[in-house]
Design a protein around this ligand. Structure first.
Ligand SMILES: Cc1cc2nc3c(=O)[nH]c(=O)nc-3n(C[C@H](O)[C@H](O)[C@H](O)COP(=O)(O)OP(=O)(O)OC[C@H]3O[C@@H](n4cnc5c(N)ncnc54)[C@H](O)[C@@H]3O)c2cc1C
Length: 417
């Protein structure tokens, strides 16, 4: 079994596709190591195990709206697209989405998956409660306000198999996507905040070459379908006939130049289409937004080294949060993303140049993507790491949910109680 990108082959000898919480509990209680697996969209060995992989993707969603609390709860393996379809039917919305609706909610929140927006936290910040099966097969619930909640959401699968989630919802809203082309690099570097703050959600697509960045996608929150939009963004011109070919050669992206309910225009990719060929590798680094211009300058200087292997880069923003392992913990962040040609040796070869360029800005790599940073350099940037290590060893003293990748990533000791 491989991941979506095809760059990881899982070594786990067994996979259980659970259709009920009871089945998950039995799977965990039967002994041996376990890792939860979602839609396999991660690009590294985080989800692998030498024991049993447990998937909750096949559990029926079983949506439950609590209008008074402003929340929806459902089975954790449900994909964002299915959640969005349900919410749109009920006139409701999430605050944000990632680039594609195909990923499972449990997998996304476990790794701090994000969309874009200077005022928008990552997808895990919408979580209000979780139910998870811990070691021994016990089922427990943890909710916002409980002691260890801030460590239990972006938890990399370290605390157990999440079976149900409760997310904050809000009334539905319209998002209009527009593409602006050829923003001059000096304009971007002079005021990154003006560009990334120009709409509810902004994505900057670039190949680091030339004098301009290729496209800026503004996802504006508008009050009506015919609300007019500006033709100029700091010297970049709106192209009403732009296509999404910069991220995809085939027709699988959400509509440009029109306003639609959030679920149809906040993700880049449509639920009813394959997101892309899957023939790629991804890397991404989060730096404090206050250092955005310097970080971009530093990476751009390395472009001759890495550009030959790059398909496209994307800049997004994430608002600071207080989740212990969130890449945006305590920092309003700029996320600098690289979609690479599917050539692992070449990618591993060029990443150190990018990481060295970013080193002065204390970068945090995306937990689910490929990087070559020393674990210690990453962990120094997480002030709540000691609390997280303590939580993992308290919650899972036998190391049922541990694997080598996780231990290395979090600097966990390998002895178990
Ligand atoms: C085409 C593509 C686009 C992407 N776009 C974005 C993006 O816009 N923004 C972004 O931030 N990232 C993005 N990613 C990365 C992606 O969001 C993460 O890899 C995310 O973890 C995927 O969720 P998954 O269900 O596939 O998780 P998996 O890869 O299956 O697992 C990832 C982690 O989640 C844990 N996990 C999964 N299910 C559970 C569960 N039920 N209980 C406990 N832990 C669980 C696993 O143990 C593992 O540690 C993208 C990836 C791809 C391939």
């Amino acid at each position: 079994m491989q991941n979506w990108g095809g760059n990881v082959t899982f070594t786990a000898p067994a996979l259980i596709d659970a259709t009920s919480v009871a089945q998950v509990r039995r799977a965990v209680a039967s002994g041996g190591r376990v890792r939860a697996i979602g839609t396999r969209h991660s690009f590294n060995e985080l989800a692998d195990t030498d024991g049993t992989l447990v998937s909750v993707l096949d559990m029926p969603p079983d949506f439950h709206l609590d209008e008074h609390a402003g929340t929806v709860s459902f089975a954790a393996g449900t994909r964002y697209g299915a959640v969005a379809a349900y919410l749109v039917q009920h006139g409701l919305a999430l605050h944000n989405t990632g680039s594609l609706p195909h990923i499972s909610v449990a997998g996304a929140i476990a790794t701090g998956t994000h969309g874009s927006g200077v005022d928008l936290g990552n997808l895990a910040t919408a979580v209000r409660a979780l139910e998870l099966v811990g070691p021994g097969g016990d089922l427990r619930r943890i909710a916002a306000g409980d002691g260890d909640f801030a460590g239990s959401v972006v938890a990399l699968g370290s605390l157990g198999v999440v079976t149900r989630v409760t997310l904050a919802v809000q009334p539905s809203y319209l998002i209009r996507q527009d593409v602006y082309e050829h923003l001059p690099w000096p304009v971007l570097l002079a005021d990154v905040d003006a560009v990334v703050g120009a709409a509810y959600s902004v994505s900057v697509f670039l190949d680091w070459r030339g004098d301009t960045v290729r496209q800026v996608w503004l996802k504006r929150r508008v009050s009506s379908e015919d609300e007019p939009v500006a033709d100029d963004l700091l010297g970049a011109a709106r192209n009403p006939s732009a296509t999404a070919s910069i991220i995809s050669p085939i027709d699988n992206t959400t509509p440009l130049g029109v306003a639609r309910p959030w679920a149809f225009t906040l993700p880049h990719f449509r639920l009813d289409a394959t997101p892309s060929a899957g023939d790629e590798i991804q890397s991404e680094y989060f730096v404090p937004r206050e250092h955005a211009a310097d970080a971009l300058r530093a990476v751009r200087e390395q472009a001759p080294v890495f550009a030959p292997h790059l398909l496209i880069s994307e800049l997004r923003t994430v608002a600071a949060d207080d989740l212990w392992l969130s890449p945006a913990n305590g920092r309003d962040s700029l996320a600098i993303h690289f979609t690479w040609r599917n050539d692992t040796p070449a990618v591993l070869d060029v990443l150190p140049a990018i990481e060295a360029a970013l080193a002065p800005f204390a970068p945090r790599p995306h937990w689910a993507k490929v990087h070559t940073m020393a674990p210690q350099a990453v962990l120094e940037t997480y002030p709540d790491l000691p609390r997280m290590r303590d939580l993992i060893t308290r919650a899972d003293p036998q190391g049922v949910f541990r694997n080598e990748h996780l231990d290395r990533a979090l600097g966990l000791q390998r002895e178990f109680a």
